[in-house]
Design a protein around this ligand. Structure first.
Ligand code: AMP
Ligand code: ZN
Length: 111
């Protein structure tokens, strides 16, 4: 297995884990673009959003993001979710993940 996020999900590579469920792991981004910058990823490997046809898993990823935002107390002020998809979408790690950005005004910027 060569995927860095699979290794993180399997705890073979250290990361800053902020939460975990049966299907998802939530970690701090190593190169934060906002005061809060988390990555929400399924433990199961999908190389991008396009390869994932599991609607329940995709819905669960949004529910997880919402729950995390609430836990962090940013659900009132707001936050931004981003799924960069494939090369032209700016994806650099090819294991499906969602960015959660919060803690500063993000309006007008695309992440
Ligand atoms: P993307 O460009 O959407 O594929 O996002 C990949 C994100 O993963 C980037 O924001 C990186 O900073 C982050 N990243 C890469 N390697 C790690 C790692 N080992 N631990 C935490 N975040 C990482
Ligand atoms: Zn993977």
């Amino acid at each position: 297995m060569s995927c860095i996020f699979c290794k993180i999900a399997a705890k073979e590579v250290k990361s800053s884990v902020v939460g975990e469920t049966e299907r998802f792991i939530v970690i701090k981004d190593i190169n934060p673009q906002a005061p809060t910058h988390l990555l929400i990823m399924p433990k199961e490997h999908f190389s991008s959003l396009v390869e994932c046809n599991d609607g329940s898993l995709l819905g669960g990823m949004l529910e997880t993001a919402k729950a995390v935002a609430k836990d962090l107390g940013v659900d009132e002020r707001g936050f931004r979710l981003i799924i960069n998809t494939k090369e032209e979408g700016g994806q650099t790690v090819f294991h499906l993940h969602m960015h959660l950005l919060a803690g500063r005004a993000l309006a007008g910027k695309m992440g």
